[in-house]
Design a protein. Structure first.
Lengths: 432, 274
């Protein structure tokens, strides 16, 4: 099993009463809440953390793309990836944006990813999400009715651009290019491995199954809730008679390790509650614009991941409002925190895998085997976690957990979706 | 002010499917008398019976209505990507179903498309009664975003009257089979998708550059409680359209005047068209 140390890059200084005072962490979050000095600090700390993870034994480092979002400060993951391509030497660089439909023309994506593959010596994983509704149809104004067609056309263009041996013309519905000729060419042949981050769309399962791509479920809600979604993907693989190679699956999971479970609860409570209660405070009106879901997904009644986040945020707000309405002298006065999701609930529901190294080894093995996923996107930083704690969590994982879990699947399956860098003799180390 | 179609008044009604680009569009015809066209707005046409304004007008007119592609059971058409695709489709459909040349009552997104079509094809409609048309944008008084809302908020933006939006926001009570209910839900989702595709992200596609070409007589009708498009937009349209022959505001009605105030809108239409 391969471990990718994955960063969302949340803004760490939202006010404590953020869910009470503001409508949403995404799309229309108050611009005045952003302090550029904090941004400067955390961008550098976060890159430090990714570099540290790459240095202590994680197989890869991962980033993604969000827009107008306080829990994801990476409108351009390629910029972060460019720094990592220089500052790391062996780890895979897993870029789980770019959201293809947002780039005009999408050969920009093919070009930048080819550059990243070149600078890193062939360590790039190219992730291509459709993108959340908040990012794509609200922050970037893309028509939800045409988003997926635009995405698929962009995917076709990028793959052709990477693999064609000749200059060619591309006459799409959305992209008309007389001359397609991506320079530089990617190091990896025919192209970097492609992973498709999904949030629960039925058609994304089938797209990955049909095209032999990694289905990557970027859930905030842990392995227990994610099981049904991953099963949906594997069912599509069965329908197509394809092998259930766990390396064709990837899953994101929050993980918190300490010497004991008790200590882990003490250490990680605040950042987890910050993430789940403030960072996921998403206005429900942004979660399900008409046309974003395919008819098949509507028909199947599948709830998207951000839709769930918004629903839970709404439920918390309604519960709080109800408590306020019912506030009587005989009842204990409700505090803001009492209406928030508790850390114990997050752990119980599997949102966060927490415990001693042995407990986490056991649970992550269960995550891998129950979901049949060979790539774990490990979220060891979450919310407003202090940098020392991030380092501790990362180190504990690297030293005490990874060596026990990494052998999972490795002898039984070949990972066709992992980068193939240049041989060492051809690799250039940055001059310092 | 009427909340819904008056079921006690019986008018003749026929419903048929007309082939269109590999699928079909639903055509509804009702009543007897001079022919008049009706082009729906954001909520489409009801799955059963008549839209309230159709029912009113059908008392003394033959009303011909069509559900645009993707709306109300008409086949969703992936080839309609940008507004000009929709305008060409409307032109084609108007010829197919017999709307061409008629006076037309058109609402919201339908009104926007009707103006766009007449601008490039003056013979498309003899005259227009436009009910809260989309198509212009004033950043100081913007059109509301009906889709960055929850469904319950969306209903309130469209109409203060829940009955007016039941067709698009509630399960069809006549559908009882579970599989059919799912498909009914998908159909309503596609109606909202089609509406969204026409207005996303801002319902302004350069109509201000073409409005002077809409030379047929135009009557503008607005609900005073319109939460989607401020009623003051009638002044903006009146300033751009060369032949505005009437402007009306209806107290108590929201964006869906054809559902919220069918009898009053019908009276305006009769007064204008005879």
């Amino acid at each position: 099993m391969k471990f990718v140390w994955f960063h969302l890059m949340p803004y760490p200084d939202l006010p404590k009463d953020f869910p009470d005072r503001y409508r949403s962490v995404w799309v229309d979050i108050d611009p005045s809440l952003f302090d550029p000095a904090v941004g400067h600090r955390v961008y550098n700390e976060y890159i430090d953390q990714l570099e540290y993870a790459a240095s202590v034994g994680f197989d890869g480092v991962g980033i993604n793309e969000h827009h107008s979002n306080a829990y994801g400060l990476m409108p351009s993951p390629n910029i972060i990836a460019a720094t990592l391509a220089r500052s790391t030497s062996d780890a895979a660089i897993v870029v789980l944006g770019d959201s293809v439909a947002l780039y005009n023309p999408p050969i920009r994506v093919a070009e930048e990813m080819a550059m990243l593959d070149g600078i890193s010596g062939g360590r790039l994983v190219a992730g291509f999400p459709v993108g959340s509704p908040m990012d794509t149809v609200f922050a970037y104004g893309t028509n939800p009715a045409t988003l997926r067609e635009r995405y698929h056309e962009g995917m076709d263009l990028i793959r052709q651009a990477w693999t064609s041996d000749e200059v060619f013309s591309f006459n799409g519905r959305y992209n008309k290019l007389r001359y397609v000729n991506v320079w530089p060419r990617p190091v990896q042949k025919p192209h970097p491995p492609i992973w498709i981050p999904g949030g629960g769309s039925v058609d994304t399962w089938d797209y990955c199954a049909a095209n032999d791509l990694v289905y990557c479920y970027l859930s905030y809600f842990g392995y227990k809730a994610g099981l049904a979604t991953m099963r949906g993907f594997w069912d599509k693989m069965v329908e197509r008679g394809k092998p259930l190679n766990p390396f064709q699956g990837a899953f994101a999971q929050f993980v918190a390790v300490a010497d004991s479970e008790k200590e882990a609860f003490e250490l990680y409570r605040e950042p987890a509650e910050y993430f789940f209660n403030s960072c996921l405070h998403v206005y429900a009106g942004f979660a399900d614009p008409p046309g974003y879901k395919t008819p098949n997904t509507v028909r199947a009644g599948v709830e998207g991941m951000v839709e769930r986040a918004a629903r839970e945020a709404t439920a918390r707000a309604e519960a709080k409002a109800a408590a306020k309405d019912n506030d009587k002298p005989t009842m204990p006065k409700s505090s803001s925190a009492s209406q928030m999701m508790s850390f114990e609930t997050m752990v119980e529901k599997g949102y966060v895998v927490l415990g001693s190294p042995d407990q986490v080894i056991s649970k992550l093995t269960e995550v891998g085997t129950s979901m049949n996923v060979g790539h774990l996107l490990t979220l060891a930083h979450f919310g407003n976690m202090d940098k020392e704690l991030v380092r501790y969590n990362t180190e504990m994982l690297a030293r005490k957990v990874l060596p026990e879990v990494q052998p999972l699947f490795e002898n039984d399956w070949e990972d066709h979706w992992w980068p193939h860098p240049l041989p060492s003799a051809q690799r250039v180390e940055p001059a310092r | 002010m009427s909340a819904a179609a008056d079921a006690s008044v019986e008018v003749s009604l026929t419903r048929r499917s007309v082939p269109f680009r590999g699928g079909s569009v639903t055509v509804v015809e009702a009543g007897q008398g001079p022919r008049i066209g009706y082009l729906h707005g954001m909520v489409g046409l009801p799955a059963n019976g008549l839209a309230p304004l159709m029912a009113e007008l059908a008392k003394d007119h033959t009303v011909l209505a069509v559900a645009l592609p993707g709306f109300s059971g008409s086949t969703y058409c992936e080839d309609l990507r940008v507004q000009s695709d929709w305008v060409v489709a409307l032109s084609e459909i108007a010829d197919l179903v017999g709307l061409t040349g008629l006076p037309l009552v058109a609402s919201s997104v339908g009104a926007m498309l009707a103006m766009e079509l007449v601008a490039v094809r003056p013979e498309a409609f003899a005259q227009l009664v436009l009910l809260a048309p989309l198509g212009l944008w004033d950043g100081n008084e913007p059109v509301a975003d009906a889709f960055a809302t929850t469904l319950s908020e969306q209903r309130l933006i469209l109409s203060p009257n829940r009955a007016s939006t039941a067709a698009i926001f509630e399960d069809n009570p006549t559908v009882t089979d579970s599989a059919a209910r799912i498909e009914d839900g998908v159909s309503r989702y596609l109606t909202r998708t089609s509406t969204a595709s026409l207005v996303w992200p801002i319902p302004e596609h350069g109509l201000d550059l073409r409005a002077h070409l809409v030379r047929c007589p135009v009557t503008l009708v607005w609900g005073e409680q319109d939460k989607l498009i401020p009623p003051s937009y009638d002044e903006r349209f009146a300033a751009l359209l060369p032949c505005v022959v009437g402007r009306h505001r209806i107290a108590g009605a929201g964006h869906l005047t054809d559902w919220d105030a069918a009898d009053e809108v019908a009276a305006i239409v009769r007064a204008r068209l005879g």
